[in-house]
Ligand binder design. Structure first.
Ligand SMILES: *Cc1c(COP(=O)(O)O)cnc(C)c1O
Length: 408
């Protein structure tokens, strides 16, 4: 059973970085949507790998290589179980979400034809826009946009109108990194399947908060980055339905992904190795598994409930500041607050908060079309994790008030 309440004080002890000071003040880390912090359990897994069984995998006859291979493949099974994939060979290790999306977009080059249509949501991260634009340039396919409303919610009626037998692919994030909106992805997937289109869901921002079940969703592709869910950078996973992974050609050529190589012809390895050319981030993959163990031991129900409490508290407190506007006001949100204060540039607020030891993100958050939609240069984004506290939110609110007094 997952725990439903937990003690952030105890949890914080797992994160060595939370003890440090920045500019002489205790660190308040509210840039979790960009990357999360790393608990000691994951740091230990990294140290253990390099201290005790560092070796290349899938090749050596020697003991270390066997041990590293076993641990890496165990991590793949942890990821499979976590996202409830039907088979472990449907889990492809990647360097992160961006890599996963490029792998699929590249694979569809030989499937998509001129005049085919691809649908993208209006609230995507650049990494779920640009690879598809490149695919359209290569193939002559057309990219169409599913619009959103002022609250930052997709217009499902408009989406249904865009779908037709020309639609080959639909891609959308599960949760928007800039607005926090949780999108109705089950409906999006079901509607796309009615016209025979495949769906890729960018789960980068959902994975730290919501445990997705890829079989229940019936999603074709789902991709995440480990570094947003307590794991290290440079590793992630792409889930693909076996049927699709068999159809798609390999992304990169090299060692590890072949069955047989001659100068006349090369045959490819079985799944998942067909998509895993070269020596992977072995330590990263194993540490990703350790991060999933860590989060599952705390429990996603408890994490979601506590983060929702932080979201509601911060929203109420921030809205007491006159002239402050929040972008992304859907009922269905994760713990991300994007805001501006009338007449002040977001960067200036971010700089003053940094002097106070408070880390937020400012700018377009790799989602420039959203900023264009609201006709703003960017926002200040505070994103909360389960190791944050209400006292830290109080510090943020005081900091924003101070910035406002200094800048107006
Ligand atoms: C962070 C993020 C990405 C990109 O992830 P990388 O780890 O940089 O590849 C893509 N989409 C969303 C929604 C994100 O939050």
């Amino acid at each position: 059973m997952e725990k439903t309440t937990f003690d952030p004080k105890t949890i914080r002890k797992d994160f060595p970085i939370l003890k440090r000071e920045v500019n002489g003040k205790p660190l308040v880390y509210f840039d979790n949507a960009a990357t999360s912090q790393t608990p000691q359990q994951v740091i230990d897994a990294i140290v253990d790998y390099y201290s005790n069984y560092n070796a290349n995998i899938h090749r050596g006859v020697h003991a270390l290589s066997q041990e590293a291979t076993d641990r890496y493949e165990q991590a793949r099974i942890k990821i499979q179980k976590h996202f409830n994939a039907a088979a472990s060979h449907e889990i492809i290790f990647t360097s992160g979400t961006t890599h996963g999306i490029n792998l699929v977009a590249n694979g569809f080059s030989s499937i998509v034809k001129a005049g085919d249509e691809l649908l993208v949501s209006a609230m995507e991260h650049h990494s779920n826009i640009v690879p598809w634009q490149m695919l359209c340039e290569r193939t002559g396919a057309v990219l169409k946009v599913i619009p959103m409303n002022q609250d930052g919610e997709l217009l499902l009626g408009e989406y249904r109108k865009l779908l037709s037998d020309r639609t080959k692919l639909v891609f959308c994030n599960h949760v928007s990194n800039a607005l926090g909106t949780v999108n109705p992805i089950k409906t999006i997937i079901d509607e796309a399947h009615k016209v025979g289109a495949a769906v890729l869901i960018d789960g980068a921002q959902a994975a730290p908060h919501i445990k997705a079940d890829v079989q229940a969703l019936e999603v074709d592709f789902y991709t995440v980055s480990a570094h947003k869910m307590c794991g290290p950078t440079g590793v992630g996973m792409l889930y693909g339905k076996e049927e699709w992974l068999n159809i798609l050609p390999p992304y990169q050529g090299g060692g590890e992904m072949i069955a047989e190589v001659t100068f006349e012809k090369t045959t490819y390895a079985e799944l998942p190795h067909k998509f895993e050319a070269g020596t992977p981030n072995i330590c990263g993959g194993i540490a990703f598994g350790a991060a999933l163990d860590y989060m599952n031991a705390i429990g996603f129900d408890g994490i979601a409930a506590y983060e929702h409490e932080l979201l509601i508290y911060a929203t109420e407190r921030l809205l007491t500041i006159e002239g402050l506007r929040i972008y992304g006001t859907s009922e269905n949100k994760t713990s991300v607050i994007s805001f501006n204060i009338e007449g002040i540039h977001p960067y200036d607020i971010g700089s003053i908060l940094d002097k106070l030891g408070i880390a937020v993100r400012t700018g377009h958050h790799c989602a420039q079309p959203i900023m264009d939609f609201y006709k703003i240069p960017g926002t200040v984004r505070a994103s909360f994790s389960f190791y944050n506290t209400k006292a830290e939110i109080d510090a943020l609110v005081e900091g924003v008030k101070r910035a406002k007094a200094m800048l107006i």
